[in-house]
Write a protein that binds this ligand. Structure first.
Ligand code: SF4
Length: 243
C-alpha cells in the first residue's frame, strides 16, 4: 500500500531540508571573493542570470576592488563593463551609490547585520539575507521568486508575501538550516521545480509535495472506503448483547 504523504507543513519543511541537503551544496552561484564582491554581484543579479553577472564581475572587481574604488568610479566606464547584465545604467547608479554609502557609513566595510545592510541603497531584505548567509555565515533566509513559488507549492506557507514567508519558514527549521534551505530552494527552483513546467517526475520531493503531478494516490482500503462514504453506507456497530 502506498503510504499517505506526511501531513503538516513542519514535517514537509524537515523533509525538504533533508532531501535537498543531499542534492545541492549550500552555495550561491554568484562568484565572489569577499562580502563586498557578493554585495555588488547580488545587486547586479536583478532581472538577469547569475551566469551573466559572473561574466562581468571579474573585470569589474579587478578595476574596482574596494568600495572606495567603486564609489569614485567614472559611471560611463562602469556602464560599459556591466552592460551584458542589462539595465546597466540603473545598475551602475545602484552599485556606485551602495559603495558610497558603505564608505560614508561603514568605513568601506560591509556590515554583518540586517539592520545596517538594509540601510544601503539597493539592499532589501532578500539581498541582505543572501549577504549574511553566503558572505558571513550568519543564518539568513533569503526569499526570492523561486523561494516564494516552492514554499507555496510544497505547502510550507500560503502567502506570496516575502517577509511572512521568511518568518513562517524560519519558525519551522533550525537557524543553522536557514541559509542552506534558501540557497537550495533557489537551485531546485531553477533546475527542477521550474515556474511554468515543474519536473515533478524527477523531483526528490514528489512523494510528499501537495502540488506534485506524479505523487501516487494512497490506495483506499475497504475500511477507509466505508468510513469515508455517506452515513447511510457506513457499517452500523452491533451493540454488545447481555450474556
Ligand atoms: S513535486 Fe513538482 S511541484 Fe512539488 S516541489 Fe517537486 S517539482 Fe515542484
Amino acid at each position: 500500500m502506498v503510504p499517505s504523504p506526511p501531513r503538516g507543513a513542519r514535517t514537509r519543511a524537515r523533509l525538504t531540508v533533508e532531501r535537498l541537503r543531499d542534492l545541492y551544496p549550500a552555495v550561491t552561484e554568484l562568484r565572489h571573493e569577499n562580502p563586498f564582491e557578493l554585495l555588488i554581484a547580488t545587486i547586479l543579479s536583478a532581472q538577469t542570470t547569475d551566469r551573466s553577472v559572473n561574466l562581468v564581475t571579474p573585470e569589474l572587481f579587478r578595476r574596482y576592488p574596494t568600495a572606495a574604488d567603486l564609489a569614485a568610479a567614472d559611471p560611463a566606464a562602469v556602464e560599459t563593463l556591466i552592460k551584458p547584465t542589462g539595465f546597466f545604467r540603473a545598475k551602475t547608479k545602484r552599485i556606485i551609490a551602495a559603495s558610497r554609502k558603505l564608505v560614508e557609513m561603514f568605513g568601506g566595510v560591509v556590515p554583518s547585520n540586517i539592520d545596517d545592510l538594509t540601510k544601503i541603497p539597493g539592499i532589501g531584505r532578500k539581498t541582505a539575507n543572501v549577504i549574511l548567509g553566503a558572505g558571513f555565515g550568519v543564518p539568513g533566509f533569503a526569499v526570492d521568486t523561486h523561494v516564494i513559488r516552492l514554499s507555496n507549492r510544497l505547502g510550507l506557507v500560503r502567502t506570496k508575501d516575502p517577509v511572512k514567508i521568511e518568518y513562517q519558514v524560519c519558525s519551522m527549521v533550525p537557524p543553522e538550516e536557514w541559509t542552506g534551505l534558501s540557497l537550495r530552494l533557489i537551485l531546485h527552483g531553477r533546475r527542477v521545480c521550474i515556474a511554468r513546467r515543474p519536473r515533478c517526475e524527477e523531483c526528490v520531493l514528489n512523494d510528499f509535495c501537495p502540488s506534485s503531478t506524479v505523487r501516487p494516490k494512497p490506495r483506499r482500503t475497504r475500511a477507509t472506503v466505508a468510513v469515508a462514504g455517506p452515513p447511510s453506507s457506513r457499517p452500523v456497530p452491533t451493540p454488545n448483547r447481555p450474556a
